[in-house]
Write a new protein. Structure first.
Ligand code: S3P
Ligand code: PEP
Length: 438
């Protein structure tokens, strides 16, 4: 967790003078867009992706697939509405080079795809990507028949020597550091000769909704998937070998990126509507309806979307966030402004996210006068009056949006490198200003 010396630009976080009242159109989900791109690239026929997220993580995914000869063309969807990507699968070609940036989805989902290519695929990325766990994917692919050269640390950089096919079969992995290991193997598994059976061994698996998202999207492409939920063995997922269908998919708004806007309604006692909020979804951000309601607001899902209304009070919360870890920075920011203490649990794996999020949140909130302590698996947050100052982001998009939430309630907060929100929400400063009527 180091302050990035190249990003010293400071963004004065807008302070809300009253209750916000806004409708905010939130761009598409990162997790859905990057899964859809991978599945479309592996399909047996072309597909459409409507309203894809265009952000650093998804553009890196698209560039990587293009480098392996997948066609991804700009267009309008088949019914003529909305902008779309048409994905034209190909034979997956190597040699190629993939820049993963600091995208967990790119660094984990693509090595299994590369193993199906017909030549070497070199993976590299931001310095932080070298520190993020990848051993589950590397070890599993080797066990399933792929050849990979790395420097022995079980991390980036590495080269996957694609051989045109992967034998597949049964594999055991410890995915307690990232659910993305499981998703990665399942997403490509239908294209392995024997399919894949992934057995998680180790302590608890985080981010289960993201694994459900993988399974749902695979099934929508015609894959046969067995899961623990469907009466299977605990911690075992199986994907049968077979061709994947090309789909016409419209990407849902990113509900985790809706978080700062809903938080704005909560902490200012205002009202924010997010159109196109899905009635049923596997996105973890849907849990905000329950979590932010417990923290003092109320919400209603109508044809207009999800409307979240703050009550004027913000309460602390004791909550296990293991299923929805990516919501932690935004919840911590709200908790620092509450009328009672909070305990956030079940998120030790956040130490290996974009930055060590537990350390970063503790340091930055405390430097504004807060009282946050790290626990073994989360944070204790005792609200105190906060003051202005610089909120560092450590190249972490969710640190930037967490700082913006605090800045709404605390005058004089300056966010260092707000541009890091480009990882998943390049328009954040404009959307935030628009919400405030600026
Ligand atoms: O599969 C996905 O799209 C994601 C899974 C989660 O990863 P971890 O299980 O590594 O936390 C989540 O935090 C990340 O933002 C997106
Ligand atoms: C953990 C996150 O991202 P990644 O996909 O890089 O793991 C996140 O977006 O909060």
């Amino acid at each position: 967790m180091t302050v990035n010396p190249t990003h010293t630009a400071l963004w004065p976080a807008p302070h809300a003078s009253g209750a916000v009242a806004a409708t905010v159109h939130v761009p598409g989900s990162k997790s859905v867009t990057n899964r859809a791109l991978v599945l479309a690239a592996l399909a047996a026929e072309p597909g459409w992706l409507r309203r894809p997220l265009r952000s650093r993580d998804t553009l890196l995914m698209a560039a990587a697939l293009r480098a392996m000869d997948v066609g991804i063309e700009e267009g309008v969807g088949p019914d003529g509405s909305g902008e779309a990507w048409r994905v034209i699968p190909s034979g997956l070609r190597g040699p190629a080079t993939v820049d993963v940036g600091n995208a967990g989805t790119v660094m984990r989902f693509l090595p299994p795809v590369a193993a199906l290519a017909d030549g070497p695929i070199r993976f590299d990325g931001d310095p932080r990507s070298y520190e993020r766990p990848l051993h589950g994917v590397i070890d599993a692919l080797r066990a399933l028949g792929a050849r990979i050269d790395d420097d022995g640390r079980g991390a980036l950089p590495l080269t996957v020597h694609g051989a045109g096919a992967v034998e597949g079969g049964q594999v055991e992995i410890d995915a307690s550091s990232s659910s993305q290991f499981v998703s990665a193997l399942l997403l490509s598994g239908a294209r392995f000769n024997q399919g894949v059976e992934v057995r998680h061994v180790g302590s608890a698996l985080p981010s289960m909704p993201h694994i459900r998202m993988t399974v749902d999207m695979l099934r929508a492409c015609g894959a046969q998937v067995d899961t623990p939920e469907a009466g299977g063995e605990p911690n075992v997922w199986r994907v049968a070998p077979g061709a994947l269908l090309g789909r016409d998919l419209t990407v849902e708004p990113d509900l985790s990126n809706a978080q700062p806007f809903l938080a704005a309604a909560l902490i200012t006692g205002g009202r924010v509507t997010v159109p196109d909020w899905p009635a049923r979804t596997t996105q973890p951000g849907d849990a905000l309806r329950r979590i932010f309601t417990e923290m003092g607001g109320s919400c209603e899902l109508t044809e207009q979307g999800l409307t979240f209304t703050g009550s004027g009070s913000v309460h602390g919360i004791d909550v296990d966030l293991s299923e929805v870890g990516e919501l932690t920075p935004g919840i911590a920011a709200v908790a620092a402004l509450a009328d009672s203490p909070s305990t956030l649990r079940g998120v030790a794996h956040l130490r290996l996210h974009e930055t060590d999020r537990l350390a970063a949140l503790t340091k930055e909130i405390n430097e504004l006068g807060g009282d946050v302590t790290e626990t073994a698996d989360g944070l204790h947050i005792r609200p105190r009056p906060l003051h202005g100052g610089v909120f560092h982001t450590y190249d972490d998009h969710r640190m930037a949006t967490a700082g913006a939430i605090i800045g709404l309630a605390v005058p004089g907060v300056q966010i260092e490198n707000v541009a890091t929100t480009a990882k998943t929400l390049p328009d954040f400063p404009e959307l935030w200003a628009g919400m405030l009527g600026n």
